[in-house]
Write a protein that binds this ligand. Sequence first.
Ligand code: FES
Length: 105
Amino acid sequence: MWQSAGSVEDYSEDEPSTVSVGGKQIAVYLIEGAFYATAALCSHGRALLSDGYLEGEEIECPLHQGRFHIPTGRALCKPLTEDIATFDTKVEESILYVKIPEDPA
Ligand code: FES
C-alpha cells in the first residue's frame, strides 16, 4: 500500500533521513535524483542507518561500519549477516510515496 512520506522538498542529496511511514520507521535516500527506501535500522544492531555514511549507492552503519547496497538492501561486508528490507518509492505531484507491505492479519 502506497503511503505518503511527505514533500520531496524535505529531502536532500547526500543526507539520508529516517521518517515514519504508515507506522514503520523507514530510511529514505535521495541519490542522483532517485529516491530509495530501506528499513531504518541496521540488521546487526539498533543503529539508525540514516546516521551512517553515504557513499554512492552504499550506506555504512554508524555503529560497526557494516555496509549495505541501498537499492537491493544487500549486506556487503562483515559484521553483517542479514540484508535489510527495501521498499518501492514513487513521486507524484512533488509528494514522495513509499510502498509499505500490509501486515498479515
Ligand atoms: S549495528 Fe550496524 S554494523 Fe553493527
